[in-house]
Structure formats: C-alpha cells, structure tokens
Design a protein around this ligand. Structure first.
Ligand code: PMP
Length: 388
C-alpha cells in the first residue's frame, strides 16, 4: 500500500512513539496528583506546553489540550458564542470550512445566532479556493462575535491570508478563530504576530498520535472569554476538565518539534515529489485537470494535489487502484455520499466534483513510491477506459 492521504491523517512517527512510551508504562502518575509520580507527569506536560507554545508563537498560558481539532473547533466557536456575557449574535465563516466548523455554526442557529457563510474564489482563478476577502469584509459587522476561517483547506490545500483576516475581524471588534489543522507542522505559523485569537490543531496531521489536539485561547491581543464544553475537575484552567494525558501531550510535542526542525527540508522534498507526481499523471491520463489554487503560487500547501478526471469518478478510480491510499473528499465526510462541499463551493458541478480525487504527499513518502503510485493510477485509468 502506498499511502498518499496525508491530509486525512499521517503515520505516527516512530520517534514520537518512543518519546511517549515511558509516560504510559513507567511515569504513569496522574498529572493532577500531588505525589512525586504526579509531579513528574505534570512537569512533562509543563515542559511540553512551553515547547509547543514557542513553536507556534503563543504563550503557554493560552494552550488547552483537547481530543483533536473537532473538539478544539467546537470549544472555540461554541465557547465564545455561548459565554453568558456574550451579547453579539452573528457568526462569519467560509463555505469551504471543515464540517467541524460549519456544523457547529449551523447548530448555533438554534441558539439564535445568525450565520453568514462567505464564498471562496471560484475555480479557474490561480487563487481558486481562497476566501474572497472583499466578501469577507462585507460580511463582518458590529454584531459579529467570531470570524472562523481555516488556515489551509484539507481538500484543495488553499492557504488563507491570516494577517488580513485578523485585521478585518478586529476592525469590528470580532474575534478571529483559525482552524490551523492542516498548517501546524507544515508551514510556519506565528499566532501572536498574526494576532489570531483562537487557533485549533490536531497532532495526527503532523505525525503525532490520533486523539490529541490543541486550542490556543487568547493568542492575539484581545481577552477571550470561553464557556467550557466539558466541566468536571476543573483541569486546564476550567476550560477542559478531565485528567490530562501526559503521553499524548508529549507525543504531540515531540511530533511538532520534529516537524519544526525538518520543515524546510520536508517542504523541498514534498514539493519535488508533488511535481513529479503531477507531471507523471498529467502525461499519462488524458484530460486530467487540477482543482484548487495554482501549483506555482504561495496559496497552496505543497503536498496537496486535487485532480479532476475527464470521465471516471473518483470512487471508481479508488476501487480500481486499491494499492494506493487516496480519497475523494475528506475522510470525515466519507460516510456522506454527497460530492465534496469544497469543490461545489468553488463552482464545480456535481459531476465534476464526483470525478475528483485528493492526494496528500508527506514526509514519509519517497520518489520510488510516487513513481509506483503514478504507474498504478495510470494503469487503473487505462483499464477502466477499456471497460467504458
Ligand atoms: N479541521 C480540518 C481542517 C481537518 O482537516 C480536520 C481533519 N480532517 C479536522 C478539523 C478534524 O480533526 P480531528 O479529526 O483531529 O478532530
């Protein structure tokens, strides 16, 4: 199996697993206990929190560890909107956000919130899939509580202009929440410099374990008041109760440290693999097109390739090339037979969206794998064409 679905999840780096193990089997104290075993675990969490905060331009006091980005997004948006002192009643988000943002906003309508969903730049433009800043500016008003825009899209890799978005949100006194799940560990982010109030992330997207993520609360210049979603023992400043998981926190941290050390070289090697892959597929599959931003600009994650076939559906392609792991949308919506909401939001027809497939190339891929995957994928299309 050649794994080219690194936007969905990534392998947990063996070095990360190694760093985690002692916190499961040797130093297994409850980090909230007062004895030596507990203090050792609490210290590990403390050191980890400081390290992660430094790597993303946040202060340690702003960090909350969650079960992943879904929980972080829920806590950020629901937490801000449902705080008892919140008077504003309008949410602004973007059509291509992850369901963990869109569905939260939709749900808040039942609590009396208005939601404006801003469009993205349509297909055909070099910035296809990037939020339309003019429309975003028009949408934000003095009743806007929060503006939620992702840092990079998980299907087409479109990267958002975070500094500009922060400025637009703050001009009206709204908070800026950024789902940075696809960016943390892949491209540098400095939350304080970009003045982003809330930032979500998830370790399994950057070679850490599944089941842990983070939310930065108050990463910018404004005070952020959150109503907690999970109450109980009052851990994590009361924002997320429950015994913290030292091994998971250490794993997330080690994963991010490794990503930060190798970010430049990873970017270069992933880019080289992406270019080779695209050139091979383009040469071997008639009529294949690119979805999303141009490959040569800075508006696209380098490991992302989202392709549209001339006559074969993505699902059919997947079935015909079972040795390559890729997807037809986000894994999270695979239970849902609808075509990708991201591609539809970019103006593609349902049929075009169904003829699309997403690839995510990562640090653990090799050029040999890229060539083998290209052979398998081109071969699959050739076989399918004979059947039509
Ligand atoms: N946001 C984005 C942009 C994502 O790509 C994902 C994972 N597909 C999530 C949120 C949800 O992350 P998790 O699975 O860690 O809850």
């Amino acid at each position: 199996m050649i794994y080219l679905d690194n936007h969905s999840t990534t392998i947990c780096d063996p070095l990360v697993v190694e760093a985690m193990l002692p916190w499961l089997t040797q130093d297994y104290g409850n980090p909230h206990s007062g004895h030596r075993a507990g203090v050792a675990a609490a210290d590990a969490i403390d050191r980890s929190t400081k390290s992660v905060a430094k790597l993303i331009g946040a202060s340690p006091e702003t960090m909350v560890f969650t079960s992943g980005a879904t929980e972080a997004n829920n806590l950020a948006i629901r937490g801000v909107c449902l705080h008892p002192r919140q008077k504003r009643r309008h949410i602004v988000t973007v059509a291509t956000e992850h369901p963990a943002v869109l569905d939260v906003c939709e749900d808040l309508k039942r609590d009396g919130f208005r939601v404006t969903v801003v469009p993205v730049i349509p297909a055909g433009s070099p910035k296809a899939g990037v939020v339309d800043l003019d429309r975003l500016a028009d949408a934000i008003d003095d009743d806007t509580v929060i503006v939620s825009v992702m840092a990079a899209n998980n299907e087409v890799g479109a990267i958002a202009p975070l500094y500009e978005i922060a400025e637009l949100a703050h001009r009206h006194g709204a908070l800026f929440h950024c789902d940075a799940t696809q960016v943390i560990g892949r491209i540098p982010i400095n939350i304080a410099a970009a003045d982003i109030d809330l930032v979500s992330g998830s370790a399994h997207k950057f070679y850490g374990p599944k089941g842990i993520g983070l939310l930065v609360v108050g990463g910018g210049n404004r005070r952020v008041r959150l109503r907690p979603e999970i109450v109980g023992g009052g851990q994590q400043r009361g924002l997320r109760s429950g015994t913290m998981a030292p091994a998971m926190v250490v794993g997330l941290t080690r994963a991010l440290e490794i990503c930060s050390q190798s970010m430049e070289s990873d970017r270069a090697s992933v880019l080289a693999m992406r270019d080779r892959f695209w050139n091979r597929l383009r040469g071997g599959i008639e009529g294949v097109e690119l979805n999303g931003p141009s490959l040569d600009g800075s508006e696209r994650l380098v490991g992302n390739l989202n392709l549209r076939l001339a006559s074969v559906e993505g699902e059919t392609w997947m079935a015909a090339a079972p040795d390559v792991a890729f997807s037809t949308g986000s894994a999270c919506s695979n239970v849902d037979p609808m075509p990708s909401h991201v591609l539809i939001a970019m103006g593609l027809s349902e049929s075009e969206a169904r003829r699309s497939a997403r690839f995510g190339i990562g640090r653990f891929n090799t050029m040999v794998q890229i060539d083998r995957a290209a052979d398998a994928l081109i071969g699959a299309i050739d076989r399918l064409k004979k059947l039509i």
